[in-house]
Write a new protein. Structure first.
Length: 270
């Protein structure tokens, strides 16, 4: 096999599913070949590369996930990869009412190759944070970047740090007392991997090395823990930067999301 084949095989073996130690209020449920995660800002379904069922049986499996979360009045994401089987999985998800969101590229790199950092702009500092208030500040920054209410992210980060502080490292770049970029590193116990998440930066601070600096800082933390590989689900904006750093694209990932009718969701939120 080529190096890419080996990387993809390791990814499929070690990075499917969810990390242990879910936050309070989050549960992991097995439904046949699927792992269903309940209690987050929306439901989540993780599958092996090959779900192992076809045709009408696959349709029933998909409908069961949709209907489970419909009963809760919640949206659900089914995370797909570009090399998943069967080949008509995404067609069947669409037929069941799931809608694709933005496709991202799955990249993997050697942690020890990613530790060199650029010089930070004057007045910018990086630090690791654990306080609830800092997680709320990150959510405010993300809400500005995406022009949506990302308050759920603050709650999510707070819960994850509380549940398993050794499994997540949250970093911020600050200037003038403001969070201008943030990212986190998620360790996967029992694997050779850690995941790079976040990395959003306020528009005025883009193109100044903050994203690369946050990659390097997390790579150093990973190396210190004996992690071999870093994995990223990268947007089209981030993927070129990561490829220049030495990350390798191995597949793509697309979230397929089903959302309940608006009147049902609103009724549940009252």
């Amino acid at each position: 096999m080529t190096d890419i084949d080996n990387l993809l095989a390791a990814y499929d073996e070690q990075m499917r599913g969810a990390p242990p130690n879910p936050p309070t209020g989050v549960t992991h449920e097995q439904d046949g070949p699927l792992l269903r995660i309940v209690g987050q800002f929306r439901g989540f379904v993780s599958a092996p590369r090959d779900v192992g069922v076809r045709g009408a049986e696959l349709d029933r499996l998909i409908a069961r996930q949709r209907d489970y979360f419909a009963g809760r009045g919640e949206a659900v994401e089914w995370k797909t990869r570009g090399h998943d089987l069967p080949a008509d999985l995404t067609d069947r998800l669409r037929a069941a009412g799931f809608t694709p969101e933005e496709r991202e590229t799955v990249l993997i790199g050697l942690a020890e190759d990613m530790t060199a950092a650029p010089a930070l702009p004057d007045g910018v500092t990086l630090r690791q944070v654990t306080e609830d208030a800092d997680m709320r500040r990150i959510a405010v920054m993300e809400s500005t970047v995406w022009e949506q209410d990302w308050g759920w992210l603050g709650d999510d980060l707070i819960a994850r740090v509380a549940a398993a502080p050794d499994e997540i490292a949250v970093l911020v770049a600050e200037a003038g007392g403001e969070v201008v970029s943030a990212a986190w590193l998620v360790f996967r116990e029992g694997t050779e991997f850690a995941g790079l998440w976040g990395g959003s930066t306020l528009p005025a601070w883009r193109g100044r090395g903050l994203y690369r600096a946050l990659v390097a800082a997390r790579a150093r933390l990973a190396v210190a823990r004996g992690v071999r590989f870093l994995q990223v689900d990268a947007s089209d904006d981030s993927a070129p930067i990561l490829r220049r750093l030495g990350f390798h694209p191995v597949t793509t990932t697309t979230p397929y999301v089903w959302s309940p009718p608006q009147e049902v969701a609103e009724g549940r939120s009252r």
